[in-house]
Write a protein that binds this ligand. Structure first.
Ligand code: PLP
Length: 316
């Protein structure tokens, strides 16, 4: 699996199998026509405990079902079935560190572009340590000349594999030009998001988030961090509104938020330093608040932390 070696047991279409067997058929519409949606979920080691818990698993799966709906898939697996498959997979693997789970739902078989099934489900997990240095030093971003795809073309609200071509093009350009990652503007020229994370900006003690109508994925991390900020995250106010490109250059702080990026400071944009070019105090405070949530060190709303039970002795 991209980013590292998967744990030995995977899941494919109703069965727990060796991770190497979790492969999609090349001619399936899920591959050729990108009729495929996915979720990425993190598991964290709880503070002061040996336990691992998955963060906002239920809501990731609800979003996955909504993505399946938008793509017109048949036989959409239920949240309960995918939760059981995910926890079953985790129970069968030697998971005792921070980790990452990828769930892919796709159109298998060898049908045409409008095929709605057969619907397949593939799950793999792997260890995923935190990138402590990146969390501290931050990343430098380029505002891309590629535009964010729009809701009426390939809706970013669905976490569809097809949408990641847009992010890939922007990311390739940013890397070629010496940046870490990209920021995309909407067709209307407003700030949207990064290829795999949402953006938040601090200006004059106000935390500003581009709205969910800015062609973004409706991110659970964004929701978590905004909630942390509203509960006292070092800002006077939290607002969701359209953001102009040049506001990014004037911002005191900018951060990228997502399951993968967690809460990563943006320290430069288009050769401009953000603030003083280092992680700012609000970002730092929100990182602390976020990690307290995901590691169970702060009170979280019901259902946000799903414990993983180790059942290696019962594995098949
Ligand atoms: C395009 C995009 N935006 C935002 C996010 C953040 O979403 P979440 O916080 O739910 O992981 C992701 C995935 O991590 C993404 O791929």
């Amino acid at each position: 699996m991209a980013g590292g070696q998967a744990y030995p047991v995977g899941y494919l279409d109703g069965a727990f199998v060796a991770a190497e067997q979790v492969r999609l058929p090349l001619l399936a519409p899920g591959v050729t026509y990108a009729a495929s949606v996915f979720e990425g979920i993190r598991g964290y080691r709880m503070e002061n405990a040996q336990r691992i818990a998955l963060f906002r698993l239920g809501e990731h799966l609800e979003r996955l079902v909504r993505s399946c709906d938008v793509l017109g898939l048949d036989e959409i697996p239920s949240v309960e079935a995918m939760e059981a498959a995910t926890l079953g997979l985790m129970a069968r693997n030697p998971v005792d560190e921070d980790c990452y789970i990828r769930i892919q739902v796709y159109v298998g078989g060898d049908g045409e572009m409008t095929a709605r099934g057969p619907t397949g489900v593939a799950i793999l997990a792997r260890p995923r340590p935190q990138l402590a240095e990146r969390l501290q030093r931050g990343v430098r971003c380029q505002v891309s000349s590629w535009r964010r795809l729009s809701d009426n073309a390939s809706p970013p609200r669905a976490k569809a594999a097809a949408n990641y071509l847009n992010g890939r093009l922007a990311g390739l350009q940013a890397r070629a030009d010496g940046y870490d990652t990209a920021l995309l503007l909407t067709e209307a020229g407003d700030v949207s998001e990064a290829p795999g994370a949402c953006l938040l900006m601090v200006r004059d003690d106000v935390l500003v988030a581009p709205p969910v109508t800015a062609d973004i994925l409706e991110s659970l991390t964004r929701d978590t961090v905004l909630a942390c900020a509203r509960q006292g995250g070092g800002v006077r106010e939290v607002i969701e509104r359209t953001v102009d490109r040049t506001e990014l250059y004037a911002a005191n702080e900018v951060m990228l938020v997502g399951t993968g990026m967690e809460v990563t400071p943006v320290v430069g944009i288009d050769r401009f330093a953000v603030g003083d070019g280092r992680r700012g105090p609000v970002t730092r405070q929100l990182q602390d608040a976020y990690f307290a949530q995901v590691r169970g060190a702060a009170a979280t709303p019901k259902g946000w932390l799903t414990p993983v039970e180790r059942q290696l002795e019962k594995s098949e």
